[in-house]
Design a protein around this ligand. Structure first.
Ligand code: NAD
Ligand code: UDP
Ligand code: UDP
Length: 343
């Protein structure tokens, strides 16, 4: 079905012209929807580095060409401007389905579009997987647990979600996407994988996407007060992006459908996070309290025993190690932005 370039063995592993470094197996053609976004672009780099081919599908709602520009001259890379809400015909081996805005500010901007992306977009990608016999991985979210009554959250927990709230377009959308994936698995034999991703941070996040880590880091660099919503005692667990990418690949390549929690169990209140950001960037940064958003989950921390046992995966990068890498990326981009404005 696919052209089957066979890799060189690792022993002769060196990138020479178009010959990929690899592992003595057929080269795979892999779709990454949402590949121009934060997580997707790091995943694309990982897949290209190991020698496979990538087709990115992205409508650039929150993604940027800048995240992928370093791949443009690579013959194993293709970028298609396309909205996953519309059907598409491709011949591929694997589909990593990430397309969906992830920041609350972005997903609430056009909630009906967010639902369409989660439901129709996921349906189309599952239809594609069924037609060509591709493996399909859904990037679901810890938000399926809603404002959790169980702590830490295990995959067996069914969640506490408001079906009519401002976050429902996203959390109910992702819950439906999980349902669709399982129905295609049971009904049509599609090989599916489900990841429930907990808050992730790192280089290439949108500077102003409204998520807490990107907000605090950009604010501290710009010498603005850090905006803490509510009393700042709500908790989140922050995972560095390279750990997530390792987990997604382990899940796709493994034998298990999931769902699997992929997150770092290190739990912080927003006030503690603000302190770590201050330590890393500017100890004199001020904190400003703002009203919290509706239905904000009070606490969130993954139980990752299932992924540890069945995927042999666990995160390696702590917040204090990962944050400085993100800070240097943000510093460069904020500097370039300021220069662009003639500051
Ligand atoms: P992101 O906003 O940076 O990336 C999403 C990408 O999808 C963007 O490139 C955007 O342009 C694209 N996109 C959105 N709607 C689309 C559509 N209809 N058609 C085609 N492309 C579309 O977000 P991210 O942080 O990289 O998140 C990636 C995935 O991981 C999302 O599915 C998100 O729900 C999930 N996730 C992320 C986190 C996190 O903390 N980053 C946590 C839980 C789940
Ligand atoms: N689909 C797609 N690409 C394909 C195959 C299907 O985009 O290669 C879309 C198709 O248009 C449909 C959805 O995926 O909207 C579900 O497809 P499926 O074949 O499962 O359902 P059906 O078309 O029979 O309703
Ligand atoms: N938050 C905050 N200040 C900000 C942005 C967010 O205190 O500038 C809080 C928000 O109220 C929530 C937590 O940080 O309790 C995480 O929010 P984020 O939007 O990053 O992700 P969520 O986990 O809510 O999807």
């Amino acid at each position: 079905r696919l052209d089957s370039a066979v890799y060189q063995s690792r022993s002769s592993a060196k990138l020479v012209g178009r010959v990929p470094v690899a592992i003595g197996r057929r080269r795979l053609r892999i779709v990454v929807t949402g590949g121009a976004g934060f997580v997707g672009s790091h995943l694309v780099d990982k897949i290209i580095d190991r020698g496979d081919e990538v087709i990115v599908i992205d409508n650039f709602f929150t993604g940027r060409k800048d995240n992928l520009v370093h791949q443009f001259s690579n013959p194993r890379f293709e970028l298609i401007r396309h909205d996953v809400v519309e059907p598409i015909l491709l011949e591929v081996d694997q589909i990593y389905h990430l397309a969906c805005p992830a920041s609350p500010v972005h997903y609430k901007y056009n909630p009906v579009k967010t639902i369409k992306t989660n439901v129709m977009g996921t349906l189309n990608m599952l239809g594609l997987a069924k037609r060509v016999g591709a493996k399909f991985l859904l990037t679901s979210t810890s938000e399926v647990y809603g404002d959790p009554l169980e702590h830490p959250q295990k995959e067996t927990y069914w969640g506490n979600v408001n079906p009519i709230g401002e976050r429902s377009c996203y959390d109910e959308g992702k819950r439906t996407a999980e349902t669709l994936a399982m129905d295609y698995h049971r009904g049509a034999g599609v090989e599916v994988r489900i990841a429930r991703i907990f808050n992730t941070y790192g280089p290439r996040m949108c500077l102003d996407d409204g998520r807490v880590v990107s907000n605090f880091v950009a604010q501290a660099i710009r010498k603005l007060p850090l905006t803490v919503y509510g009393d700042g005692k709500q908790t989140r667990s922050f995972q560095y992006v390279s750990d997530l990418v390792e987990g997604l690949v382990a899940l796709m390549e493994g034998e298990h459908v999931g769902p699997f929690n992929l997150g770092n169990p290190g739990e912080f209140t927003m006030l503690e996070l603000a302190e770590v950001v201050k330590e890393t960037i500017d100890s004199s940064a001020a904190i400003e309290f703002r009203p919290n958003t509706a239905d904000d989950p009070h606490k969130r921390k993954p139980d990752i025993s299932k992924a540890k046992e069945l995927l042999n995966w666990e995160p390696k990068v702590s917040l204090r190690e990962g944050l400085p890498v993100m800070v240097s990326d943000f510093r460069n981009r904020i500097l370039n932005e300021d220069e662009g404005k003639g500051l």
